[in-house]
Design a protein around this ligand. Structure first.
Ligand SMILES: [Zn+2]
Length: 69
């Protein structure tokens, strides 16, 4: 299995701080519900799908960071 620990997915501040940060805290401290696991799995699936979609473009623009354009 391949894992990308540096996977960055664009999100607004509210989603990043309130929604996903809380979700990550629950998952990492084993306080998650079954619904949290589904949300987390969907988050990872979305991130990997997004990364896949831009793979060729990313390889052609290695210095690009989200927010530059
Ligand atoms: Zn948002």
């Amino acid at each position: 299995m391949l894992a990308n620990k540096r996977l960055v997915v664009p999100a607004c501040k509210k989603c990043n701080v309130e929604v996903f940060s809380e979700l990550e805290k629950k998952i990492s401290s084993n306080l998650e519900t079954e619904a949290d696991i589904w949300r987390w799995a969907n988050k990872i699936h979305f991130g990997l799908s997004l990364k896949d979609k831009f793979y060729d473009w990313d390889r052609k623009n290695p210095g690009y960071k989200i927010g530059i354009l």
